[in-house]
Ligand binder design. Structure first.
Ligand SMILES: [Fe+2]
Length: 324
């Protein structure tokens, strides 16, 4: 151990055997020998880490219906190539679709578990999106749902959302998606003041029912230190009282309205009618989702949803890359 010594220096380095690099570290009178295998060195080389390609994010300003990555359930479940292509598309576009998923209850968990364990929330391991009496969330009505992100009231909202369609014979109830990163980027150019407020001023989000009261305070648009977009947090049902300095409240409402108006422009929206067996996966931190109203008396509409962690998506892609 070198704890009480100045920084160790490399005394010597040599190949000890054909596959082992041996380095002698010196700190004062102490000597320490470390041996490194070539595979370990390759994985940990700073140059290799820097050269590792970052996932490309491609924003979509317009209708994605024709460009949406679609894959069969069988290819996803049974082939590594299918799984990898699906996850890469999800990472790139923030949205991808599986078709032919069995429509029995909870089968979406098989899809989720191919990537990792489900991220559980106050709505359970998975949840049913179905019109029900005495609902505790607007999703459980037949109302139209404006574009939003889920669980904006959590400090770390879920990264990936899976929505599987079990039944969809009711009139209406089309799914709507928009690339929030594209809308945020456009807002930045069109209304710098609104963008500035939404990225710097944290506001409160809250969900409460008989069993829980979950709150978080965060900006609507979270950015990285470098300025890149990190997370959209937009959900008008979960937005709580506006607790801000008095002179910021009005500009903040104006900023929210500016974002909201832009988001609702049809040019950003992709409207899809999910059929039984369709499963749509999307990046809940980037892609906002909603639905048109439906008539619950005209037929059945039943979706099931669950969440996944981004870490598990990235980990799965790295493990699949090892098999190349
Ligand atoms: Fe939702």
């Amino acid at each position: 151990m070198f704890i009480d010594h100045p920084a160790p220096l490399i005394g010597s380095a040599r190949l000890s055997g054909p596959e082992v690099l041996e380095i002698e570290f010196q700190a004062g009178k102490e000597h320490h020998y470390s041996r490194f295998a070539p595979g370990w060195l390759r994985i940990h080389a700073a140059s290799a880490a820097m050269a590792r390609p970052q996932p490309t994010v491609q924003c979509w300003p317009a209708d994605m219906r024709n460009k949406l990555f679609r894959l069969s359930y069988a290819d996803y479940m049974e082939t590594n190539m299918g799984l990898r292509a699906f996850l890469q598309a999800l990472q790139r576009d923030g949205i991808a679709m599986l078709q032919g998923v069995p429509t029995q209850s909870a089968r979406l968990l098989e899809v989720a578990n191919r990537v990792g364990p489900v991220r559980i929330s106050n709505f359970g391991t998975y949840y049913d999106v179905i019109s029900m009496p005495d609902p505790n969330a607007s999703a459980y009505t037949d109302m139209g749902l404006e574009l939003h992100t889920d669980l904006a009231n959590w400090r770390m909202p879920p990264d990936i959302q899976l929505l599987a369609c079990l039944q969809n014979s009711a009139r209406g109830g089309d799914s709507v998606f928009a690339d929030g990163f594209k809308v945020a980027e456009d807002l930045r150019h069109l209304n710098a003041q609104a963008y500035g407020l939404l990225t710097t001023q944290a506001i409160d989000f809250r969900f409460q029912d008989e069993k829980c009261d979950i709150r978080a305070r965060a900006p609507v648009i979270e950015t990285e230190r470098s300025g890149g977009l990190l997370r959209m947090r937009f959900n008008n049902w979960l937005r709580s009282a506006m607790i801000l300095p008095g002179d910021v409240i009005e500009p903040m409402y104006a900023a929210l309205l500016a974002f909201w108006r832009l988001l609702r422009e049809p040019r950003y929206q992709t409207q899809l009618r999910l059929a039984p067996g369709d499963l749509i996966a999307f990046d809940n931190n980037r892609v906002l989702h909603g639905r048109t109203a439906f008539d619950a008396s005209s037929g059945e509409r039943h979706l099931q949803g669950c969440y996944l962690n981004r870490e598990d998506l990235e980990s799965t892609l790295r493990v699949l890359a090892r098999l190349e």
